[in-house]
Design a binder for this molecule. Structure first.
Ligand code: ADP
Ligand code: MG
Length: 233
């Protein structure tokens, strides 16, 4: 098991503003699995993702990633963990605006002992011809592809995506999801995607739904459709 979350709890605030967001989440993911997390707005999807990614601290419970216990790590060890294991993709692309596409990717390459080849990534993500442009010269879909390349270049074992298609229209969203599936196949990256996009439910290995702070649905897709099928939809 690559990720094992056990009885994870997380709340925010105090007194009148106290809110219990995660009320005992238990979830296991295999290495190389592609999983989607769904649930209504405010249900705790980002909180769960951020706890797994060491961007937020759980109150109690356990999160094992590759047998490393994340809950209770010091901030320095969390930072090390993120650096060693993780790639993040967010709804907002968070690109560095005064660096070119290629430079945005290269700055993250140095975080890894085992990075991917930048030219190969540019090729896979269809960015070769845009590599010398600045983010402001790109469309939303191209910017998100650049953000994906940047998250991937250090060859992370785990890629966490929070509403990666949230700012894109449905055609571009499909394109991004097809790319994530391709990356999952090509590099065996374990990928967790928080999304409202229902089209993706059929093309991942596992679908998880959060409701009222607990997991209300968790099933494996036995007949998942491939990117190739999706391209023909
Ligand atoms: P989702 O991603 O499913 O929309 P979130 O995980 O962002 O939900 O938020 C879950 C709940 O936790 C919401 O009620 C939100 O207002 C609250 N929340 C999230 N982050 C914080 C924070 N840093 N401080 C206080 N409340 C927060
Ligand atoms: Mg969210």
């Amino acid at each position: 098991m690559f990720i094992q979350v056990k009885d994870l709890r997380k709340s925010y605030g105090q007194g009148g503003s106290y809110v219990e967001v995660l009320k005992g989440i238990t979830l296991s993911l295999n290495k190389g699995e592609m999983c989607v997390i769904q649930g209504s707005s405010g249900s705790g999807k980002s909180t769960l993702l951020n706890c797994i990614g060491g961007l937020d601290l759980a109150d109690s419970g356990s999160i094992l990633v590759d047998d490393l216990e994340i809950v209770g790590l010091s901030l320095a060890d969390l930072s090390n963990y993120r650096r060693r294991y993780l790639g993040f993709i967010f709804q907002m692309y968070n690109l560095i605006m005064n660096l070119t596409v290629r430079e945005n990717i290269e700055v993250c390459r140095y975080l890894s002992d085992n990075p991917l080849d930048v030219d190969e990534l540019l090729q896979i993500l269809g960015l070769t011809e845009h590599q010398h442009k600045f983010p402001s010269q790109l469309s939303g879909g191209q910017q998100q592809r650049c953000a994906i390349a940047r998250a991937l270049v250090k060859n992370p074992k785990l890629l966490l995506c929070d509403e990666p298609t949230g700012a894109l229209n449905s055609e571009l969203s499909k394109e991004i999801l097809i790319l994530l599936e391709k990356i999952n196949r090509q590099y065996g990256t374990t990928i967790v995607i928080v999304t409202h996009n229902n089209a993706i439910r059929n093309m991942v290995d596992r679908v998880v739904e959060i409701k009222d702070g607990i997991i209300s649905e968790n099933f494996e897709n036995v007949n998942k459709i491939t990117a190739k099928d999706l391209e023909n939809l």
